[in-house]
Design a binder for this molecule. Structure first.
Ligand SMILES: Nc1nc2c(ncn2[C@@H]2O[C@H](COP(=O)(O)OP(=O)(O)OP(=O)(O)O)[C@@H](O)[C@H]2O)c(=O)[nH]1
Ligand SMILES: [Mg+2]
Length: 458
């Protein structure tokens, strides 16, 4: 078994079949100040020289001002041509970027000219895929590129950048190197008769697998914050009529979105508003007050409120401090887990709410900071000491879970001589499952799937 790094270097040699030079409009569709065409591959420089009608080579990383010509020699557009040589480029192969005017028609004409000159139109994510296949970045870093672009909040974007810097990938590589080492150790036992392997040897190996692999992987898996940062979370506000649900939605989101009156039954439909808590994107759902009614519109509202609660990631149950009959979620939900119970209107009632309630007054804005912090905690914030290890996608979570199961299965058999082969096999499986995260090994189908979610030009 090679180390994760050795394996990556081997892949550079494997990166045959990439002789096509690709091109794409890399900036988003529509008009803009600047539009960029990206060309990558062995013919990139020749194609760019032909486009510029130029004989002299380009200086790498130098902005050359040029006109770009069509087949008849007429100017299509003019702008900057920048050449990135081989291993110093994003893709790991010769790349040329044309910074043109952001006119969709001119960009299209320029792009079509690159095709005439021998480029192939790039597939979605093909530039980044080449970067992975040339060993410039690992697959988790490639995914971080998309995460960075798609991030809805600054915190999510910063987290994606940490992954792009390779912190997460390095952690996975470390696990893989640890596995390589422990496999080597168990295999060494095969060369000795059973009674010559000291008891201590297995104990030490056991401790090592526990502390270097099982515990840190479990810790990583325990927090769902990473996925929440990118996928967001739905928070439903439920409770009886007139307790202040709509007021809470307006206050938390900072928008006067829902109608608030002192008439019980004001909200009749579900209503959603997006905001963020500590950089975690949240969809907040206000619902109709829960009560038995003959009004068919309100009946439908109550039905929708219940279904919003059932599908939410977090349920906030709001009660009115002055009306103890509103304090029991069990009156409406038998089996639903309520994540957060809020006792509102403590400004008007001199009561001590049950200890599982958080006392607030939306009117006098008291207790709201604690409420926001509790929501963040419920979403997994503050769980991780080292956030660079955060699991940010379900693909990584599944791979880590599967790998952990193999590590544990191997560990359970450790110490029984007849099982040594099986232990080594389980740990090798754990190794290749971790390799899938980085795009190492026989992972063509994984690459196809991951890169199909990219945009063209990236
Ligand atoms: N005194 C006091 N009144 C509040 C507080 N929060 C909300 N209210 C008032 O309570 C009334 C009901 O508020 P809403 O936000 O409409 O209550 P709701 O739970 O959405 O009610 P429905 O839509 O009917 O289910 C309004 O008159 C609010 O101004 C609070 O903290 N203190
Ligand atoms: Mg309401």
């Amino acid at each position: 078994m090679l180390s994760a790094n050795e394996q990556r270097v081997t892949m550079v040699g494997d990166a045959g079949g990439l002789s096509d030079t690709i091109s794409a409009i890399a900036t988003p569709q529509g008009r803009g100040g600047i539009g960029i065409i990206r060309i990558s591959g062995s013919q990139a420089v020749d194609i760019a020289l032909a486009l510029c009608n130029r004989n002299q080579p380009f200086s790498p990383r130098f902005a050359h001002f040029h006109h770009w010509y069509d087949a008849k020699g007429d100017t299509i557009d003019h702008g900057l041509t920048i050449y990135f040589a081989g291993s110093n480029s994003y893709t790991g192969e010769d790349t040329v970027e044309l910074q043109a005017h952001g006119s969709p028609v001119l960009l299209q004409a320029l792009f079509e000219r690159t095709l005439e000159l021998g480029c192939k139109a790039a597939e979605p994510g093909e530039f980044t895929r080449r970067a992975v296949e040339h060993g410039k970045i690992d697959l988790s870093q490639a995914e971080a590129v998309v995460a960075c672009i798609d991030a809805a909040t600054l915190r999510a974007a910063k987290q994606a950048q940490k992954q792009l810097d390779g912190a997460f990938g390095r952690r996975i590589s470390q696990y893989m190197d640890d596995l390589t080492s422990v496999v080597a150790h168990v295999e060494a036992c095969l060369d000795f008769p059973e009674d010559e392997v000291p008891e201590l040897f297995y104990d030490q190996l056991h401790t090592r697998v526990e502390t270097d692999l099982i515990q840190p992987i479990e810790q990583q898996l325990n927090s769902k914050l990473g996925e929440r940062l990118f996928e967001g979370a739905t928070v439903a506000i439920i409770g009886e009529p007139n307790v202040g649900k709509s007021s809470l939605l307006n206050t938390l989101s900072g928008r006067d979105r829902a109608i608030v009156t002192d008439i019980a039954g004001t909200t009749r439909d579900t209503l959603e508003v997006d905001f963020e808590v500590n950089g975690i994107p949240i969809r907040l759902v206000d619902t109709a007050g829960l009560r038995t009614t003959n009004d068919i519109v309100e009946q439908e509202g109550v039905k929708r409120a219940k279904s919003a609660a059932e599908t939410a990631d977090i349920i906030i149950f709001v009660a009115d401090a002055a009306r103890s009959e509103t304090w029991n979620p069990e009156d409406h939900f038998k089996d639903l887990y309520i994540h957060l119970k809020v006792m509102n209107k403590i400004d008007v009632a001199d009561v001590t709410p049950p200890s599982d309630f958080l006392a607030v007054s939306i009117k006098s804005e008291s207790g709201l900071d604690a409420l926001v912090e509790t929501i963040a905690k419920q979403l997994g914030d503050f769980d991780l000491a080292d956030e660079s290890a955060m699991v940010t996608s379900s693909r990584h979570r599944i791979a880590l879970q599967t790998s952990l199961a193999h590590i544990q299965a191997g560990l359970d058999m450790l110490g029984r001589e007849e099982m040594i082969d099986l232990t080594a096999m389980e740990w090798r499986r754990a190794w290749s499952t971790l390799g899938e995260i980085l795009g190492i090994g026989d992972v063509e189908f994984i690459l196809d799937k991951v890169f199909s979610e990219f945009c063209i030009g990236k």
